[in-house]
Design a protein around this ligand. Structure first.
Ligand code: HEC
Ligand code: HEC
Ligand code: HEC
Ligand code: HEC
Ligand code: HEC
Ligand code: HEC
Ligand code: HEC
Length: 490
């Protein structure tokens, strides 16, 4: 459009702050059809099914907007039953959909069975195809929503995630008063750059930066730093590897970074065009049918989610790979090096902390000087101090975390442990109870509550807590042993 009509301007004053449709109708329409425009569905309709997971011997039933889990008792009865509502669908279903439930306490928990579109079937969610998976206990953390949701409250991605704040633009619609990403890909990297989905500290937000604080247009390095293994294996390929693999291409490295996402993708329709010709004037075409990408950008199975095939964005002469047959989520214990962003010495040292030592506690303390109330660092420091038996210091750090973020239940549990270790069992019990009240799906919290009751010789209460831990997590040998250890246990 060239000029905004008077009618549109009048209408604009009555618009919701973020509505762009009246003036950019064509863009809004195509964007709504992309995977990004449908990245989250609240209260989705879900295909009913039953699913048996052999490795963990669990049955799942999906029906009427709920997911139920049970195990068969030797007599054939349903035991260890848990049932959750399916409140949010993460993923458009272009490749897959992972479901989440909202707890009465306001947490979002990932559900263990996902829909895979290419195979038109349910399988375990990525990372869950093993005997001892998270089942219905794993929180969908805010960093997961940062990439999949428009806001901390689950909602599909909108214009603001690439164009930022539109207040000035809505007040005076026209050019020059709203961020236009033009040829910069950093706005895409905020979500599409990930060196590994699991197994390493792939990135670290700058201390003091909250998850949703990134502003389109600001340098990504001001928001977070990226890291990669020092010996990345050649064939590593994951679901969210577009930017990571693109950056390995000669086309990217040798064009001074001129190759970006928008070179090939229209951001508003997400459609790809082969832009090879803009740099390779005399590119051979050996097959009109597959185009250039058919040979140079193969589609392959992702190692962190083997039921989906994605396009490998590492443009190679002759891509060679073998599709994985098993997911790989192995933790990596080797050294991490900076990737894409430059890390200062201290940040790199913090990313490389593996074991709780006095030295690592010192690193966290130094790092906190940059932002004394940084919740992830305070939590890590508190937990490290407990391992070093510096419980009084740990308690102070963890109390601060709970003041800053009352929902940080792993810190609350650690706080309870630090209090108990100092001999105040009644104080520990109070915090343990607060932990299970805030996160009643955490089997580990129930175990610790039971152990504290046991210390206080409150055996029936201890037994009830251990039983709840086992119901939530049937494969929990420590809880089973603790229950068996009780004098009055039956
Ligand atoms: C009342 C009409 C109106 C509304 C509402 C509106 N815009 Fe615009 N927008 C315009 C006009 C007019 C232009 C200038 C177009 C031109 O010159 O071709 C523009 C231009 C833009 C540009 C390009 C800016 C530049 O400097 O290159 C972007 C990006 C943009 N709009 C995004 C948005 C987003 C995002 C929203 C919703 C938050 C929005 N617009 C809402 C009228 C509107
Ligand atoms: C707020 C996070 C976010 C940002 C910013 C973002 N993406 Fe995405 N993008 C996603 C997610 C999540 C998906 C998968 C959505 C789905 O299908 O559920 C996706 C999917 C896509 C797809 C697949 C096709 C489709 O229909 O969605 C393309 C292409 C794409 N993005 C390109 C881009 C480009 C280019 C940019 C930058 C201009 C960008 N994205 C910025 C999160 C983001
Ligand atoms: C760093 C950003 C990021 C994080 C963190 C992240 N994802 Fe994604 N995820 C993406 C992007 C981008 C895509 C699309 C990849 C593509 O199409 O190349 C995607 C793809 C998916 C898909 C497939 C969607 C489709 O149909 O294409 C699902 C489901 C999914 N992610 C779930 C999750 C869940 C659940 C979490 C948190 C536990 C998570 N993701 C964490 C960025 C992220
Ligand atoms: C995934 C990131 C992303 C999202 C989401 C997004 N845009 Fe854009 N937008 C871009 C990029 C990148 C450009 C620059 C494109 C280019 O230069 O080729 C752009 C350019 C524009 C322009 C200027 C076009 C021109 O001719 O100069 C307008 C207007 C616009 N966007 C409006 C919107 C509206 C309205 C929405 C929401 C319906 C939206 N955008 C959502 C990435 C995005
Ligand atoms: C922004 C410019 C640009 C675009 C767009 C681009 N390339 Fe390249 N490409 C390069 C440069 C520069 C090199 C390195 C040439 C050299 O080594 O002299 C390269 C190298 C290659 C190589 C050799 C790779 C290797 O590892 O030796 C292949 C194959 C290739 N490009 C294919 C493609 C295909 C296919 C497309 C489209 C899908 C494409 N390129 C798009 C700039 C580009
Ligand atoms: C040289 C061209 C080119 C560049 C550069 C490029 N893409 Fe792609 N992209 C493609 C092609 C081709 C496809 C496959 C499209 C299809 O199958 O319809 C694709 C597919 C995708 C998909 C769909 C999921 C998948 O893996 O099949 C996503 C998401 C995506 N690109 C995101 C990005 C992002 C983000 C960037 C920048 C980091 C980027 N792309 C850069 C050409 C490119
Ligand atoms: C049928 C598969 C196939 C198709 C289609 C194809 N290529 Fe290639 N391409 C290859 C192979 C194999 C090589 C490596 C062997 C060689 O150098 O001859 C290669 C090498 C290249 C190289 C690096 C060597 C050189 O010639 O400089 C570039 C650049 C390239 N291709 C670009 C393209 C572009 C651009 C297109 C689309 C117009 C395209 N290719 C289509 C198979 C293909």
């Amino acid at each position: 459009m060239k000029t905004a009509s008077f009618a549109a301007l009048l209408l604009c004053t009555r618009l919701l702050a973020n509505d762009c449709r009246p003036c950019h109708a064509a863009i809004a329409e195509t964007f709504a059809k992309t995977g990004m425009g449908r990245s989250i569905t609240v209260r989705p309709s879900v295909l009913p099914a039953t699913f048996y997971h052999r490795l963990s011997n669990r049955h799942y039933t999906i029906a009427e907007g709920r997911m139920k889990r049970h195990q068969p008792s030797p007599a054939g009865a349903e035991i260890n039953v848990i049932e959750k509502t399916i409140d949010v669908a993460i993923g458009s279903g272009n490749h897959s959909i992972t479901y989440a439930t909202r707890t009465p306490q306001g947490r979002l928990l990932e559900l263990p069975v996902s829909w895979y579109s290419q195979e038109k079937a349910y399988f375990m969610s990525p990372g869950y195809d093993k005997p001892d998976h998270f089942d219905m206990r794993r929180e969908v953390v805010e960093s997961c929503l940062f990439c999949h949701s428009d806001t901390p409250e689950p909602a599909a991605i909108t214009c603001r995630r690439c164009h930022g704040d539109a207040v000035a633009h809505l007040a005076r619609p026209g050019r020059g008063n709203i961020y236009n990403p033009k040829q910069s890909s950093e706005v895409c990297f905020q979500c599409h750059l990930e060196t590994a989905s699991m197994g390493i500290v792939d990135s670290m937000r700058k201390p003091g930066r909250s998850v949703f604080s990134y502003k389109p247009g600001e340098p990504l390095a001001d928001y977070k730093l990226y890291f990669d293994r020092s010996d990345p294996p050649d064939g590593r390929f994951e679901v969210n590897h577009t930017a990571y693999r693109m950056m390995q291409s000669a086309c990217y490295k040798k064009s001074g970074g001129k190759l970006g996402c928008v070179t090939c993708h229209d951001p508003h329709s997400a459609r790809a065009r082969e832009a090879c010709g803009s740099c390779h004037q005399s590119g051979h075409t050996r097959s009109k049918a597959t185009g250039c990408t058919g040979c140079h950008m193969a589609k392959r199975k992702a190692q962190d989610a083997i039921h989906v095939r994605m396009t490998d964005h590492w443009i190679q002469r002759e891509p060679k790979f073998v599709d994985p047959v098993k997911e790989n989520h192995e933790p990596y214990l080797g050294n991490l090096v900076p990737f894409y962003t430059k890390a200062d010495e201290l940040s790199l040292a913090v990313a490389n902390v593996r074991v709780p030592t006095a030295a690592s506690a010192g690193l966290y303390e130094e790092y906190l000087e940059r932002a004394p109330d940084d919740v992830p660092t305070l939590t890590a420091l508190g937990k490290t101090l407990i391992r070093l038996d510096r419980d009084r210091e740990a308690e102070a750090r963890l109390r601060r975390v709970i003041e800053l973020d009352p929902m940080e239940s792993s810190a609350r549990l650690a706080l309870a442990v630090s209090i108990g270790k100092q001999g105040d069992l009644a104080g520990a019990l109070k915090e343990m109870k607060a932990t299970v009240a805030s996160d009643p799906d955490d089997s580990y919290a129930w175990l610790n509550l039971g152990l504290t009751h046991r210390e206080l010789k409150q055996f029936p209460e201890a037994a009830a807590a251990f039983r709840e831990a086992i119901r939530l997590q049937p494969d929990f040998p420590v809880a089973r042993m603790a229950l068996a250890s009780l004098p009055a246990a039956k």
